[in-house]
Design a protein around this ligand. Sequence first.
Ligand SMILES: C[S@@+](CC[C@H](N)C(=O)[O-])C[C@H]1O[C@@H](n2cnc3c(N)ncnc32)[C@H](O)[C@@H]1O
Length: 224
Amino acid sequence: MSLWGDEELAQSPVVANRTMNRARGLTGVNSYARELGLDPAGWLAERAGPQAWLDLCSGEGLALLAAAARLPQAVLTGVDLVGPVVPRPVPADVELVTASLADWAPGRRYDLITCVHGLHYLGDKLALLARAADWLTADGLLLAQFDPTALRGPAGTSLARPALAALRAAGFAYQPRRHLLTLRGRRNVSLPFTYLGADPGAGPNYTGQPAVASVYRPTRRQVD
Ligand SMILES: C[S@@+](CC[C@H](N)C(=O)[O-])C[C@H]1O[C@@H](n2cnc3c(N)ncnc32)[C@H](O)[C@@H]1O
């Protein structure tokens, strides 16, 4: 197994795959509401405004654009390596950032952070989850689709069980049926794994699309 760094991973056929579904809307058949089991705009609307939603790996940003019409004062931020391919008008309260989440960080906290079919293409998935936990407001909500079988040890063995155990110990909950990690409230998260690199040759995951495996060395449990 050869391990790739973030820059070469971004150029790999798996990450630069033009056939991936980047156009999910907010609600409906091909949507965030369907993937997450929750309508993000409906959830945000029940909170005192102005609400803030950060969408990681936002693709075309269609869910955020639809939310802008329902949440007139909200701060709506999307981050994607590629950014929108189809030009569309973007309202002033929507920011679509083109950047790699390997090193991007926001300048504020968010009530809602989502990642819909995005972690599959990240190298250091655990680092992004830990960083995103710190980007939440005190009672914010993080929802991220996550395939634990994509975490491997240096010899290729699955780290799914220890990784899920560490995430649960850090406060995350996992719904296997939806492949969904959730976290309520901002946390300082430190996970006992050292990232070694990515394997874009891991093959298809549960979605049927080729995905990136992430290789870690388990480290001694750190005391917070
Ligand atoms: C399957 S698409 C999902 C897009 C969107 N969430 C949706 O459901 O319509 C995965 C997205 O992850 C983005 N992506 C992959 N690696 C990334 C990285 N390192 N940083 C930011 N975005 C990344 C891709 O450009 C792609 O738009």
